[in-house]
Design a protein around this ligand. Structure first.
Ligand SMILES: *[C@@H]1O[C@H](CO)[C@@H](O)[C@H](O)[C@H]1NC(C)=O
Ligand SMILES: *[C@@H]1O[C@H](CO)[C@@H](O)[C@H](O)[C@H]1NC(C)=O
Length: 192
């Protein structure tokens, strides 16, 4: 974990989410029900990809303290935070590789610079907008920010995937999944 993680956690804990009012929003679901609905799958007989997403969802929301009124809004908010925190962690790792000449060669450096110098910053800005709007604002502008974050993380992933091998690829793929999960939970509270 990077040094940024405790900072982000501290920020997240200092914030209380108020009940949202999005049309068509699911409210007050249990974590299991929200994850099943968002991921379109029950855990057991579901195909492997849906099961993986369901498990990521459960793991991401597990530490919910159950104290808020609009639980589903809290899940969406929390998933956006988890995505942001994962982006920061990945950026920290990429900067580490960039700063240490012996860790990354030319092509690898160019790919990491492409990610942290642009696409990840854009993804972070987009997800930051999402979490600042949730759970009250679920209009198409919020949906657009989720899509921007997805597009930017995917651009980084596709670039890193072209390298012969990269220790960053698994992190970027996981970030992509976290971004999808955040969007799916956003849809649950009415984002489209
Ligand atoms: C991302 O999610 C897919 C399923 O949606 C899963 O198959 C894959 O293993 C996940 N990748 C990571 C790195 O978590
Ligand atoms: C959610 O459930 C709690 C108790 O289970 C209840 O007090 C609260 O009013 C509910 N909130 C909504 C928005 O339905």
């Amino acid at each position: 974990m990077s040094l940024l993680v405790p900072i982000v956690v501290a920020l997240a804990l200092g914030f209380t989410v108020v009940a949202g009012g999005c049309p068509g929003a699911h409210r007050n679901m249990t974590i299991e029900a929200a994850c099943r609905e968002a991921c379109g799958a029950a855990p057991a007989p579901a195909p492997a990809p849906a099961r993986a997403m369901y498990q990521l969802c459960i793991d991401s929301l597990r530490d919910d303290d159950g104290s808020v009124d609009d639980k589903t809004g809290e899940y969406a908010y929390r998933a956006a935070w988890r995505a942001l925190w994962a982006y920061l962690d990945t950026m920290g790792r990429a900067w580490h590789f960039l700063r240490n000449a012996e860790l990354a060669a030319g092509e690898e450096k160019a790919a990491y610079a492409f990610c942290v110098g642009g696409r990840y910053q854009d993804a972070e800005a987009a997800m930051d907008k999402v979490q600042s709007r949730l759970p009250e604002h679920c209009g198409p502008d919020t949906g657009g920010e989720y899509k921007r974050a997805l597009r930017d993380v995917a651009a980084c992933r596709d670039r890193v995937a072209k390298l012969p091998s990269s220790p960053l690829l698994a992190m970027v793929e996981a970030d992509y999944n976290r971004t999808i999960l955040a969007y799916l939970l956003g849809k649950l509270i009415g984002v489209n």
